[in-house]
Write a protein that binds this ligand. Sequence first.
Ligand code: NAP
Length: 272
Amino acid sequence: MTVIPPVGLGTWKASPGEVINAVKVAIDAGYRHFDCAYLYENESEVGEGIQYKINEGVVRREELFIVSKLWCTFHKKSLPGKDNMPLDHTGMVIPSNTDFLETWEAMEELVIEGLVKAIGVSNFNHEQLERLLNKQNLRIKPITNQIECHPYLSQKRLISFCQARDVSVTAYRPLGGSSEGVDLIDDPVIKRIAKKHGKSPAQILIRFQIQRNVIVIPKSVTPHRIQENIQVLDFELTEQDMNDIFSLEKNLRLATFPTTENHKDYPFHIEY
Ligand SMILES: NC(=O)c1ccc[n+]([C@@H]2O[C@H](COP(=O)([O-])OP(=O)(O)OC[C@H]3O[C@@H](n4cnc5c(N)ncnc54)[C@H](OP(=O)(O)O)[C@@H]3O)[C@@H](O)[C@H]2O)c1
């Protein structure tokens, strides 16, 4: 059975020039999980960093869990060409009309052929996940549902739904990202709890997910932050800390993918 390492390195917006070093630092710091996507335009450089550490003998390929993603435009193609995210004349993403159950069958083949170890979904709401799990002749269950998750969007219902069905959850944007006007890292409640434990606010935000059995993929290209973000197994948040963090809920979704709102499977039209 594939086990996903609980803390992975996010790579979105990590420039190709920076990400090679970030990956090397991360492997030295103990990361064994890398979250990537064709759309991030830096997968080759992530691979370069990994190859470097394999050649150095620091890590073996089979110890690593490396994620890639198939964007909704490409459900009929296996290897997208140069046109990264085709848009129509109004600037909206031109989606694929493929039924995602059909896409899933193609992805199952990848596991059966030994090309990938595991398959999962991202940004699925509970109805979509249910539809996939109820698919006739489902051969392989999704290993995880990767969703936006942090104290301002704690995703209690969707997480319970997934975990009750043995689908793990991976929290993306766990630190609130670098969105303007949102400063989760500076939230007074997070800062107070961080001070109490002698940890950084980022470590509190990451530990919060781990204590909910949620896998978490903070992104950083800054060596000391990369190291800090995985040092989260030597302390524990109290029940009171967890409740205080849950009380920050604002139902604030930061990643809304506005250019895909017309897609037939746009997942955020329903509550969870
Ligand atoms: N499936 C999806 O649709 C989806 C969508 C969004 C993201 N993701 C994945 O999830 C990953 C994480 O989400 P994200 O990148 O949006 O946001 P995030 O990890 O919440 O935040 C990243 C930001 O936090 C900063 N940071 C990292 N560690 C820090 C620390 N210890 N103290 C202070 N600041 C810190 C980073 O700066 P520096 O890098 O400058 O250090 C960066 O600006 C992505 O990289 C991507 O792999 C997936």
